[in-house]
Design a protein around this ligand. Sequence first.
Ligand code: SAH
Length: 223
Amino acid sequence: MKIDVVTLFPAWFDWFRGQRHVANALAGGSELLTINPRDHTPLTGGQVDDAPFGGGAGMVLRVDVMDATLRGHYRTDPVSLRSMRRVIALSPSGRLLDDALVGELAAEPALTFLCGRYEGFDERIVEHYASDVVSVGRYVLAGGELAAMVCIDAVLRKIPGALGHAASAIEESYSSALEGLPEYPHYTRPAEFRGWSVPDVLLSGNHEEIRRWRLEQARARGS
Ligand code: SAH
């Protein structure tokens, strides 16, 4: 999996790259690159944004700067980029990220995330360069970096070898193994704490009953 992130704040990803499952995925052959529009802008003084036409607060990322950034990095007309790889513009109003979308993205060989800042993108960036517009929730973050990390974190967990225990990525909340339901509750030692005990069935050693109980719990949580 080759992941590129277009961001004005590449340093945010230094910490992220060091986190265990991300580091594992990178050691296993995945790639996580950042591309900074400031390194590609044709404008003077590293300018990347401008005031919105029609007025209003904030600054908007310029389409010519995004064009130069993508063209400079990929050495192709960025209009054709989305036919070669998913190009995901992050936006609070995009398609909500869920397990199905994460699964779709995890099946791709290469992804490019576009992080907005300030007021966001000139709409022509979304219209002409992006294949997808993705939101991590109906709230507004200061920039797309954390949203990109949310997407990448979830995608990399699906890649074999990223997690210590492969099975933990299969039977999880909203996975098809759990019929798209939230996961059942977990318990560990001590079996009794402050009078709070663990459900007997989990200590029974009866795997069939445990499986049935977990499915019931997941169904109850999902209803
Ligand atoms: N003015 C915009 C918000 C801009 S926030 C609006 O009202 O919709 C700046 C950038 O942060 C956005 O361009 C986007 O890339 C990112 N961002 C903020 N919230 C997000 C969310 N919930 N999901 C995905 N990206 C988000």
